[in-house]
Each structure stands twice: as C-alpha cells, then as structure tokens.
Design a binder for this molecule. Structure first.
Ligand code: HEC
Length: 142
C-alpha cells in the first residue's frame, strides 16, 4: 500500500509538470517589436523615379496582393492571414511614423528585407514593379 501511494505521488508530479510544460510552449508568444533598421546611405537618398506616376497604380496593387498581402494584409496593418504566426510584428503602413520615411527607405525594407521580412530581389526584378509597390504602400495612409 505504501509503495502504491508513493507511486501515485510521483505520477501526479509528472502529470503536473508535463501539463505545465505543454501549456507554456503552446501559449502564443508575444510578437517582437521590430528593432531599428540599418538602412544604407544610398537608399536613404534614393530618388523614386515613378513618384506621382498614376499609371503604375494597378500593377502596384496587384503585386502587393500577390507578394505582400499574406502578411501585411488588406489594410497594411499586419492584418494578413500569416501575420499572427510571425515572430516579429510586421508594422503599420497607415501610421504617420511609417509614412514619414523616405521612398528609398521603404524600397529597401520592401525589396531587400531582413530576417522574417523576405528578400524580393529575384522575385520582383523589375525596377518599375518595385516602385509600383512602394507607391501602392503610400496609398495605404488612411
Ligand atoms: C512572410 C511574411 C511577409 C511577407 C510575405 C512580406 N513581409 Fe514585409 N515584413 C514582414 C515582417 C515580419 C516585417 C518586420 C521585419 C523586421 O522588422 O525585422 C516586415 C517589414 C516590412 C516593412 C517595414 C515596416 C516598417 O514598419 O518600417 C516593409 C516596408 C515591408 N515589410 C514591405 C513588404 C512588401 C512590399 C512585401 C511584398 C513585396 C512584403 N513586405 C512581404 C513580413 C512579411
């Protein structure tokens, strides 16, 4: 009898510990706030050759839907279907702080990327297409 009681106690401890670990690892983790980007000088001063070029509106919207919307979402507020699975929050394109950045900086973040933000240099090789996306992101300012 004594032995059985001891066994029960050990089993209980194991079950308690096991459920705790399971709980701890399945709980959604807080998303990380992005750290400052290190943007090379040449991008900070890069001119947008397609600024105010409305002829790219449709292509920009289409490319955004194809490549970016799954994470960044319809509203550009990190509201896409994949957004919740990201370790790092993917930003708010409607925010004033975001929109205050230079075109070249948005271009760098969009095309070169880093970590969970994919690199699109080979997927979007055309300069016109790249700037079309930057211009589209500019329209998400609410
Ligand atoms: C797989 C999900 C995913 C996709 C797809 C994706 N991004 Fe991102 N994006 C992220 C994440 C995560 C970050 C934040 C990364 C960081 O700060 O380290 C980010 C950051 C950014 C930023 C900087 C945001 C800020 O607050 O300064 C821009 C701009 C951006 N992405 C543009 C794009 C564009 C344009 C596309 C499509 C061509 C795209 N992203 C596709 C996940 C994604």
């Amino acid at each position: 009898m004594k032995k059985l009681k001891k066994f029960n106690r050990i089993a209980l401890v194991i079950i308690a510990l096991g459920s705790f670990l399971l709980f701890a690892f399945t709980l959604p983790q807080e998303q990380k706030t992005p750290e400052e980007w290190d943007i090379p000088e040449e991008y900070q001063t890069m001119e947008n050759p397609y600024k105010d070029d409305n002829s790219l509106d449709r292509i920009g919207k289409m490319l955004y839907a194809k490549h970016c919307k799954s994470c960044h979402g319809n509203k550009g507020q990190c509201d896409g279907p994949k957004a919740k699975q990201l370790e790092t929050w993917c930003g708010d394109f409607t925010a004033e702080e975001f929109q205050n950045q230079a075109d070249g900086v948005i271009y760098y973040k969009s095309i070169i990327g880093r970590d969970e933000m994919p690199n699109y240099e080979s997927k979007i090789p055309d300069a016109e297409d790249r700037w079309a996306i930057v211009n589209y992101i500019r329209t998400l300012d609410d």
